[in-house]
Design a protein around this ligand. Structure first.
Ligand SMILES: Cc1ncc(COP(=O)(O)O)c(C=O)c1O
Length: 372
């Protein structure tokens, strides 16, 4: 028997979520963010599904290696690398894998042009990132037209102009997001006046897709929503989302403890009555956070049971209550749905005091992967 702790990516649900995005944004192109191993869901398998089922037109990554791995897996869709790429070697590797690079300042334009020339490429497509309020990376809006003109002078092709939204997912960010969309639109007009038409102007992340049609422009870039979570609990629920993965394991040990006995490191849980404890082979070494100690819960046979004591590196204990209702080998659901019972990524994130993005990114390489 293989190690039972398994993350099962639900490719059919991710496909359905992307179809929901397409239905919402009409004829705009869709770029699926598959950075960070597709938010922990397995980038090669997710990207291959997307290409096969034609549910997105572009993919987005954060690093050159992420893009290279997709190419090695046979992915042929265009891939945008969101963040700046610095240094001859890194730009060379990106161009060799036909990744589309973002440029953010004059130095990145010059270096991309120089490396493209060195490897004999002309008219390489780039996307110019403009900072409309995230204050992370990108050219200032007022300087974008001059930089766009420089891109053409350097023999590159300005295929895209884009920006990012820091607070598109909550109602109290609506005015800021609308103002960003206005700045982006006027910047795009000035860039096109200076450097000619730009094929792909794009701004919307999941929050933009869900709640801000004014951010859609030519292409949208959803991430978290295609994996089944809202970017924020208060985000508009305009697209029905299905969970992108489940995390399961199996009971490895069952024993009774007497009232007053303690369980686990630090003795943080004391049995309130004679109790049965199930041990499961999952812990923070698998990405199941120690922040869930004495707080998280699991499903066994469709019923909910709490974590007893601290999550260890490799094992966690579950309070079954007064009866031995589980036995070795029984399935345990850490994230997922069985019948009417469900533990969502959002619930786990809330218990940890974090966001759904982090919960699935945390799942480590030790966890068995499968795809359904
Ligand atoms: C540039 C860019 N676009 C789109 C996304 C997708 O964002 P989200 O997962 O909130 O939809 C990200 C992710 O952070 C990003 O960095």
């Amino acid at each position: 028997m293989t190690h039972p702790t398994t993350a099962r990516t639900l490719l059919g649900n991710i496909e359905a979520n992307l179809r929901g995005v397409r239905a919402r944004v009409g004829d705009r192109l869709v770029l699926a963010a598959v950075k960070a191993n597709a938010y922990g869901h397995g980038a090669a398998a997710v990207a291959a599904m997307i290409e096969r089922r034609r549910v997105a037109d572009w993919l987005g990554v954060a690093t050159v290696d992420e893009g290279r791995q997709l190419r090695k897996a046979g992915v042929t869709l265009p891939i945008l690398k969101f963040s700046p790429t610095r240094g001859e070697a890194e730009i060379g590797r990106a161009l060799a894998s036909a990744l589309t690079l973002s440029v953010v300042d004059e130095a990145s334009v010059r270096e991309t042009s120089r490396v493209a020339g060195m490897v004999g490429l002309t008219g390489v497509d780039v996307h110019l990132k403009v900072d409309t309020g995230m204050r992370r990376v990108g050219v200032e809006p007022a300087q974008a037209p001059a930089l766009a003109a420089r891109i053409a002078d350097e023999g590159l092709r300005l295929q895209g102009l884009f920006s990012h939204l820091p607070i598109s997912d909550t109602p109290d960010g609506a005015a800021f997001t609308r103002a960003q969309a206005d700045v982006f639109a006027s910047t795009a007009a000035a860039v096109e006046a200076a450097a000619g038409p730009v094929e792909l102007k794009h701004l919307a992340n999941s929050g933009g897709v869900l709640g801000h049609p004014e951010t859609w422009f030519d292409l949208v870039r959803p991430g978290i929503m295609i994996y089944g979570s809202l970017p924020d609990p208060d985000a508009e629920r305009t697209v029905e989302l299905r969970p992108g993965l489940e995390l399961t394991t199996a009971v490895s040990f069952v024993k009774p403890v007497a009232a007053g006995e303690t369980v686990g490191y630090g003795r943080t849980w004391t049995a309130p009555r004679d109790s049965w404890i199930a041990t499961i082979p999952v812990g923070y070494g698998d990405g199941y956070s120690r922040l869930l100690s004495n707080r998280g819960r699991v499903l066994i046979g469709g019923n909910s049971y709490p974590i007893a004591g601290r999550v260890c590196m490799d094992q966690t204990m579950i309070d079954l209550g007064p009866d031995p209702v589980a036995e070795v080998g029984d399935e345990v659901v850490l994230i997922g749905r069985r019948g009417d019972a469900e533990i969502t990524v959002a619930e786990v994130a809330d218990l940890m005091g974090t966001i759904p993005y982090e919960v699935t990114c945390l799942i480590t390489g030790r966890v068995t992967r499968d795809y359904a």
